[in-house]
Ligand binder design. Sequence first.
Ligand code: GZL
Length: 310
Amino acid sequence: DKGGAGKAADAGKAAGALTIGFSQIGSESGWRAAETKLAKLEAEKRGINLKVSDAQQQQANQIKAIRSFIAQGVDAILLAPVISSGWDEVLGEAKAANIPVVLLDRQIDTADPSLYLSAVTSDTVEEGRVAGRWLVSTLAGRDCRVVEIQGTIGASLVANRKKGFEEGISTAANVQIVRTQSGEFTRAKGKEVMEGFIKAEAPGTICAVYAHNDDMMIGAIQAMKEAGLKPGSDILAVSIDAVPDIFKAMADGDANATVELTPDMASRAYDLLAAYKKDGTQPPKWVQTPSTLYLPDTAAAEYERRKDLY
Ligand code: GZL
């Protein structure tokens, strides 16, 4: 029987023969850009012919891209769904064409899970819990009025990151979210939303900001500084993604915590697709990526370790 190396080579060869279409959301955040960069690097390593389409965060463009991949007769489709609803029709067309679909980093709401082969995502509720629990532990009983900068409304993970955070802070009655608004996962919008919160709230009454991704937090940090506030001390800052710039902010004392989200989602999809294509191996419906908390104490080292990934 083939040794491990032989099997890996076969899997690689099986993957190598593949042409894969990737319907990517856009490049709204540093994390998203890294996900695309790694998808390309990993495809090259495996000899996969990868076609990436950038939808500028518009679902209609993603649907068009999927139809184009079907018409091209690709071997598989990767989909990072910008919002969770409205996929049944086009994924039905992919299924009819016998083209397996693997979801990356976001889930879809569907009554028919046969419309996708597998989903490679983090546990987006747990990400929120980790952030909320960190805040409660850091406050150690102090009152705290929290402002929340949400991601793209309608994305599966935004409701989950909110729900998880609320669960995480539910153990402390004196920690409350007093304002919430979408910053669409971008630095620019995150800054705008934080400027609005600072204007709307009486000076000195915002104790912490929870942003659904680091990029919006980086925008919020700029807003706090321009308002003469000290992010990371006057106002605690916790967010999600663990992109290099949040480690730089933590090392500078401008942010306090981030929850990791690996941008290396595609390699997990390539591996399960290679096995599926080779001998019909059914993958798990969900491949979970880790949600590890990072704090300022390791920020400098983590920045060095991650900066070339992005
Ligand atoms: C989460 C992913 C989110 C990232 C953001 O899995 O979909 O989208 O947290 C990105 O940075 O915009």
